[in-house]
Design a binder for this molecule. Structure first.
Ligand code: BTN
Length: 252
């Protein structure tokens, strides 16, 4: 068992030493009927996964956890919770890092410190067959003590950026608290305030961007985030909505 973390009552914590992937464990528990608000946290993952089936290096000292949610919303709306989660991570970083540190959110769901990736989110879900979701798992990986040296994007860790005091326990608790606050806001007020908070920290807004989706590469300007959370790519005056893909800015 890992250390004890006190989370608000909405959450039910499962803490593990080692697991293949906290997302896989959360999905297994979802299939077994685990409730909304289950948080699966592990000190280490032996098969941590990133987006597009990339491996997520998961050594002890970093934070790996997954939120299991059962949002009673249409599927497209429920996916907006990725922005609620990214905002929660960015807020938690701002609390932990030295004053003046530059925290930004990179579409679709990375959180950067000083322009380098310090957190990634992986969303997985299952349809309920009626337009909603039977479950949504938001997996969150935070580089606290280490970061990869050879990733596709420049990476960093909270310790490397001066947050020497931060631990996995503290970060997990702060993110859950912030997520809960964001969830309440989203439920009561919709996506608009979530989008506004995300945009206030958006990485590369208004800049030239390359979007890669499978074999396709698109160049344009990151013009906006639309009301659903899609990236609005402007190409020669024409706007194209991007709902999935990896984005690369010239400096990233
Ligand atoms: C990415 O940036 O590609 C997303 C990375 C997500 C990693 C986290 S670590 C906890 C959870 N379990 C996994 O296997 N992946 C996510």
């Amino acid at each position: 068992m890992t250390g004890v973390v006190s989370l608000p009552g909405h959450f039910s914590l499962v803490s593990l030493d080692t697991i293949d992937s906290t997302n896989e464990e959360a999905k297994r528990r979802a299939a077994d009927g685990a409730r909304d608000g289950t948080v699966v946290w592990a000190r280490q993952q032996t098969a941590g996964r990133g987006r597009r089936d990339r491996a997520w290096v998961s050594e002890a000292g970093n934070l790996f956890f997954s939120l299991l949610l059962r949002p009673d919303y249409p599927a497209a709306e429920a996916m907006q919770l990725s922005f609620v989660a990214a905002n929660a991570v960015a807020d938690a970083f701002a609390v932990a890092l030295p004053r003046g540190s530059f925290v930004s959110c990179k579409w679709p769901n990375d959180v950067l410190v000083e322009g380098r990736k310090a957190a990634g989110l992986l969303l997985e879900s299952a349809s309920d067959g009626k337009g909603g979701l039977s479950w949504l798992v938001i997996g969150i990986g935070i580089n606290i003590a280490n970061h990869p040296q050879d990733a596709d994007f420049p990476a960093t860790s909270l310790h490397a950026e001066g947050a020497g005091e931060v631990t996995e326990e503290k970060m997990l608790r702060t993110i859950c608290l912030r997520f809960l606050a964001g969830l309440v806001m989203w439920r009561n007020l919709g996506f608009a305030p979530v989008r506004k908070a995300w945009l206030a920290r958006a990485h590369g807004l208004g800049s030239p961007v390359t979007v890669r989706l499978g074999e396709e590469t698109m160049n344009g300007v990151f013009h906006a985030l639309d009301e659903t959370g899609a990236l609005v790519l402007r190409q020669d005056g024409v706007e194209r909505l991007i709902t999935a893909g990896d984005v690369f800015f010239s400096a990233s």
